[in-house]
Design a protein around this ligand. Sequence first.
Ligand code: URA
Length: 212
Amino acid sequence: MVRGIPETAAPLIPPRPTLPKLREAAAACRACDLWRRGTQTVFGEGGRSARLVLVGEQPGDREDLEGRPFVGPSGQLLDAALGEAGIDRKLAYVTNAVKHFKWEPRGKKRIHQKPNAVEIAACRPWLDAELAVLRPEVLVCLGATAAQALLGRTFRVTKSRGALIPSPLAPHVIATVHPSSILRAPDEAARRREREMFVRDLRFAARYLARA
Ligand code: URA
């Protein structure tokens, strides 16, 4: 809340939105304070005809610099896992719950900070507008931030990953872990195990694309 005004991107959504119009409008978004820290808005990426939408948390360091979602280490893992699950990333739309990089300095590094509920809520109209334009057949939430933003604060990825979740957002909604959690696994064996489960969840999502 800034001087009694709720932080929301809602007034910035253009009439009769299209993806290019939304991207252009989002570039000037100052609905919350994160624009001060990020280099630029990192809007979603993918074709208008994408039937699969993947939603992450927020852009990371690389994404912030390049202005594209999931192009850093998590993105590379995601691309490889999508490939193994038989999904071409070029046919998917990839976006984030929050579209600016939230970070704090530690030495020369920019360390990721989790977005808070106000920032997530402020950014939500962009995600809703992307989903309204795309109307995907399958929606995959990557990690707790995206899942809780879209499916409710009490949603637990650990409990409900890899299963269909009834939701008005898309005919088939699935949540799985965020690829960065796989990169952070404590050892090689855990990483391999986590990665296999991630690919399994994406394969499950791919089934509904094949059917549609
Ligand atoms: N993590 C995310 O959640 N999104 C990105 O775009 C990159 C890393």
